[in-house]
Design a protein around this ligand. Structure first.
Ligand code: ASP
Ligand code: MG
Length: 424
């Protein structure tokens, strides 16, 4: 008998019919003999709607009250699911994050989990019940209700799986797994049977939205195998784990792993350039310290070699932070005697990710050749041991991603045909 943590995202519990389907699936898993902890997200767009409500009553809602408000979304899901489970003949009991002792730090709206006590879940399981836990929330060391940041239910699920040493953490969503590229852009994208944690981390960091980055980090640190799968088709999805699980073939059933696992894109960032920055110690710190203090999430940074004692510095950051970033950098530029500050919000980042890169030289050169052959100009480059990212002009995104997908032998041979969820 296995202990499985199942997490259902917002689209999986979006309406009563979907809720009943989830209840049936839970009932089947229970009938097969598994012990289950189920984590739920808020229904559909519930969290977005609550945030919008808050905005309508306040220009700057206090974090504590925001968390009180947002946690209600998951509370609705957990109680409704337990009712549906009751009708399906399954004994289940719902708990808030605070009831199960998910202890966090005190940063409202983006709290980090410090400890999972889990006594009430243990009691429920011992009594033969399914424990249904509200995702995305906890209680702080100051006894205040907290939330874990958008998409935080994934983190709740992985944290519970780690705490109870579950055999697997199943993340149910509206796609059938992790793909070698976004099927909306690349119809030939293939579903990956298995990915290593580091690859999934790089993919999440490069813009893949399937799993929340922090949840993957948590899973890697605690070695919790994740199975990402669809609550619409229920077919086997993608395993994320360091060891290949028995159920998953290679990254495509092949003996030899492909060097590249996926082509990930991100069109949500913009580029800021500070011109004529004096070339002397301390200027980079002078630019990036206030950005960090201002909570701007800087991604790529490029500094040119200096000519005549000055250099240009460019960086990318989420477009949502662009106005703030520019304001901060303009002040700095004036104080350090740099030139104009410009921005470009028409960019896209494309990343090749693959653990096989470590042992295969020449991937970057091949990537740049493919882009050149398709007339795509590269504006910025950054790399890790298993990732190469480039920034290109946004209108070239589709051409570039498709060309790379084909050139690195990722095309599946048939077009993706299942209905695709709305773009997040
Ligand atoms: N409901 C929360 C959100 O939309 C948490 C989650 O879905 O994981 O961000
Ligand atoms: Mg959600």
């Amino acid at each position: 008998m296995a202990l499985i943590v199942q997490k259902y995202g917002g689209t999986s519990v979006a309406d009563p019919e979907r809720m009943r389907r989830v209840a049936r699936h839970v009932a089947d898993a229970r009938a097969a003999g598994d012990d289950l902890v189920v984590v739920v997200s808020a229904m559909g767009k519930a969290t977005d709607n609550l945030i919008e409500l808050a905005r309508q009553v306040s220009a700057d809602p206090p974090g504590r009250e925001m968390d009180m408000l947002l946690t209600t979304g998951e509370r609705i899901s957990m109680s409704l699911l337990c009712m549906a489970l009751h009708d399906a003949g399954v004994e289940a009991v719902s708990f808030t994050g605070s009831q199960v002792g998910i202890i966090t730090d005190t940063s409202h709206t983006r709290a980090k989990i410090l400890e999972v006590r889990g006594d009430r879940v243990r009691e429920a399981l011992a009594a033969g019940k399914v424990a249904v836990v509200a995702g995305f929330q906890g209680v702080s060391v100051d006894r205040e209700i907290t939330t874990l940041g958008r998409g935080g239910s994934d983190t709740t699920a992985v944290a519970l799986a780690a705490a109870f040493r579950a055999d697997a953490c199943e993340i149910y969503t509206d796609v059938t797994g992790v793909f070698s590229a976004d099927p909306r852009l690349v119809p030939q994208a293939r579903k990956l049977a298995w990915l290593q944690f580091d690859e999934m981390l790089e993919m999440a960091g490069a813009g893949s939205k399937v799993l929340a980055l922090r949840a993957v980090e948590f899973a890697r640190n605690h070695q919790v195998p994740i199975h990402v799968r669809s609550s619409f088709t229920w077919e086997p999805g993608t395993w994320v784990s360091d060891e290949r699980p028995a159920g998953a073939m290679g990254k495509d059933g092949a003996m030899e792993e492909p060097v590249i696992s996926g082509v990930v894109h991100d069109a949500s960032e913009s580029k800021v350039t500070v011109q004529s920055v004096p070339d002397r110690p301390g200027v980079s710190a002078a630019i990036f310290e206030p950005l960090a203090a201002g909570g701007v999430n800087v991604d790529m940074i490029v500094q040119n070699t200096s000519t005549a004692g000055t250099t240009d510095v460019s960086f990318t950051c989420p477009t949502a932070d662009l106005a703030r970033a520019e304001r901060i950098v303009r002040d700095v530029a004036a104080s350090i005697g740099a030139g104009a500050v410009t921005h470009d919000d028409g960019i896209a980042k494309i990343s090749l990710v693959g653990a096989g890169m470590k042992s295969s030289p020449g991937i970057a050169a091949r990537m740049f050749r493919v882009l050149a052959d398709h007339g795509v100009n590269i504006e910025m480059i950054s790399t890790s041991t298993i990732r190469i990212s480039v920034v290109v002009a946004a209108p070239m995104l589709e051409t570039a991603v498709r060309a790379l997908h084909t050139a690195f032998d990722l095309d599946s041979g048939s077009d993706y045909s299942a209905p695709l969820p709305e773009r997040k």
